[in-house]
Ligand binder design. Structure first.
Ligand SMILES: *Cc1c(COP(=O)(O)O)cnc(C)c1O
Ligand SMILES: [Zn+2]
Length: 369
């Protein structure tokens, strides 16, 4: 299949390759390829419950099933009712125990098709784990850059998949800089869940599944965590597709959730700005969303504003309370994962959830830390 990358800044169109991860002008890429309309009536009853039942709208030649080497049944996660008209989607029930499986499976499948043998990624933990796991299955040797402060379980998981772990001191941004320097020095493929637009082709399937699970309608509000925004942007992509295919008329609102200790998107949203300025990470227990300078910040703001959504920043106290409350309902999730439920609890208290159909994800498993 002919897959192109389009620079969102200068509009340059280039074929998908492995050499560069952003345009010469500095712009970030989106993908362009002959995308089919999904027949949800058919996918709803498909024997394949994995995200590859949506292959018609993925950048692959569906007849060749190029994902069969890497895939492990990811996707098809349960949607559980938490309260009346409030649902959580248990995306931690995937092979590497976080929602990152969706994007990593698609990205590493495409990398294998492109002939990649060795790849580099940087992560606060879960993306690195997922890239390492799907890389192992796709026969791609992985270098994963992570902060030395990452929870131990996540680091163990990365190493279990045979990836070479490069521990870096300093901030999340220092880790990213180290990874990019390594990519450049060794001429390797950058399997970035942030820069590489293939990752969002995977995360968008979260919204396809919700649409199907709610009997072909969308919630009023998608509550979504936002660090680098890979789930926010995947959901937004799916919403624009569903609209263009005539399945929905209006876009549901996207409410992005950040941690108060590191909330650059919330600050930019409050100030009405179009770009996200770097903030100082003053510390949060939600390590998975503590991104001080999200590369796609402007896109996240646009997705939130176009859907008439909002950005909420929750405190660590609210997150820890939400995590404990989920545990008492049988749902054991990692601390970062509880941020979206914390945001719901705040909305509920403020009356903002009244009468609304809300879906929030549980992104990572509790055993991860
Ligand atoms: C990656 C991750 C997030 C945040 O995702 P972004 O793509 O950075 O917005 C939230 N929760 C968990 C558990 C994660 O692994
Ligand atoms: Zn460009």
């Amino acid at each position: 299949m002919k897959v192109n990358r389009v620079c969102q800044s200068c509009g340059a169109v280039t074929p998908l390759d492995t050499a560069s991860f952003r345009c010469a002008c500095g712009g970030l890429y989106r993908l362009s390829y002959p995308k089919g309309r999904i027949d949800f009536a058919a996918t709803a009853v498909s024997r394949d419950r994995s995200l590859y039942k949506y292959a018609a709208a993925l950048p692959f030649d569906a007849r060749k099933k190029p994902w069969s080497q890497a895939a492990m049944g990811e996707g098809g996660t349960p949607l559980l009712e938490l309260h009346k008209s409030v649902y959580c989607k248990a995306d931690y029930l995937m092979p590497t125990l976080s929602f990152k499986d969706r994007g990593a499976s698609v990205l590493m499948t495409a990398a294998r098709e492109l002939g990649v043998k060795e790849a580099v990624a940087d992560s606060s933990g879960n993306a690195g784990t997922a890239i390492a796991a799907y890389g192992a299955r796709a026969g791609i040797a992985c270098h994963i850059f992570a902060s030395a402060a990452t929870s131990k379980k996540k680091l163990e998981q990365i190493e279990a998949h045979g990836a070479l772990l490069h521990l870096t001191e300093g901030s999340r941004e220092d880790v990213a800089r180290a990874a990019i320097a390594y990519v450049r020095a060794h001429g390797l493929f950058y399997a970035s869940h942030i820069f590489n637009p293939l990752f969002y082709e995977g995360t968008k399937t979260y919204a396809y599944e919700v649409f199907e699970q709610l009997s072909f309608r969308m919630p009023d509000i998608f509550l979504l965590p936002a660090g680098n925004g890979t789930l926010v942007l995947g959901v937004y992509l799916a919403l624009t597709e569903l609209k263009s295919w005539g399945y929905i008329c209006e876009l549901p609102r996207i409410f992005a959730v950040q941690a108060e200790g590191c909330a650059p998107i919330a600050r930019a949203f409050e100030r009405g700005e179009a770009e996200v300025r770097e903030v100082e990470n003053t510390g949060t227990a939600a390590e998975g969303i503590a991104i001080a300078a999200p590369a796609r910040g402007a896109e996240i703001l646009k997705a939130v504003r176009e859907t008439k959504g909002s950005v909420l920043a929750v405190t660590d106290a609210e997150i820890l309370h939400a995590r404990a409350a989920l545990g008492l309902r049988g749902l054991y999730v990692e601390t970062t994962s509880a941020a979206s439920y914390a945001a719901y609890l705040r909305m509920e208290k403020d009356g903002g959830a009244e009468g609304r159909l809300i879906v929030l994800p549980l992104c990572g498993a509790g055993l991860k830390g």
